[in-house]
Design a binder for this molecule. Structure first.
Ligand code: COA
Length: 178
């Protein structure tokens, strides 16, 4: 596990059974809940607002998580809230948004401030979600900007849950190796 880095009074709070790869950087007001995992080369910077990562969620390699500060232009700023059982694919950029439980965020996606991704959304690889946009849950969304494409099948919903469970198990194997 890397040494979590304090920023001013804020210190990361990482559950004892979460997994954070040695090469990830976790700074400031960040909490990582039980059985969540953070993979190589992620940058998670909770300096000017808070970041919450829910239980059993996985943040895959090279993802960047940041927030916006409180200002005249953006009162309260934008925290980053990730629910439970969420899969965040490789090299995703999440900035000051909310990703609800059991979502699947495809590789290379970008989600901007104030966007809300409702539960059980699948966002395709490379998608862009504009500032403040709300994506209905239970659908596949694709493209730049992301558009609603079709409802997810029962099998896809099952696979999304399977993926999150798979990452919980994989994280355990990596922890055992450390
Ligand atoms: C969207 C996705 C789920 C495939 O859904 P699908 O319904 O099976 O789609 P298909 O592969 O049949 O492609 C349908 C069309 O969408 C296009 N398409 C597929 N993925 C796309 C994407 N991410 N963005 C934009 N268009 C995409 C295809 O080119 C195809 O276009 P066409 O009809 O003009 O030929 C998949 O491409 C994807 O993005 N998966 C995410 C994978 C990932 O990030 N995994 C994380 C690693 S753990």
């Amino acid at each position: 596990m890397p040494k979590p880095r304090q920023f001013e009074a804020a210190y990361p709070n990482i559950a004892a059974d979460a997994y954070v790869d040695d090469s990830a950087v976790v700074i400031g007001d960040v909490s990582i809940a039980s059985q969540a995992s953070v993979w190589p080369l992620c940058a998670i910077r909770g300096d000017v607002n808070r970041i919450r990562i829910g239980a059993r969620s996985n943040i895959q390699d090279g993802s960047v998580l940041h927030v916006s500060h409180d200002s005249f232009y953006q009162p309260g700023g934008s925290p980053l809230i990730i629910g439970e059982g969420v899969t965040v694919g490789h090299k995703v950029l999440l900035h000051g948004c909310e990703v609800a439980d059991n979502c699947f965020i495809g590789m290379g996606a970008i989600i901007l401030d104030g966007a809300v991704i409702e539960p059980q959304t699948m966002l395709g690889a490379g998608a862009l979600v504009p500032q403040g946009k709300r994506l209905d849950g239970g659908y596949l969304w694709l493209g730049q900007p992301a558009r609603r494409v079709r409802p997810l099948s029962d099998q896809e919903l099952e696979i999304m849950a399977y993926n999150a469970g798979h990452y919980v198990k994989l994280a355990k194997r990596h922890r055992n190796q450390a």
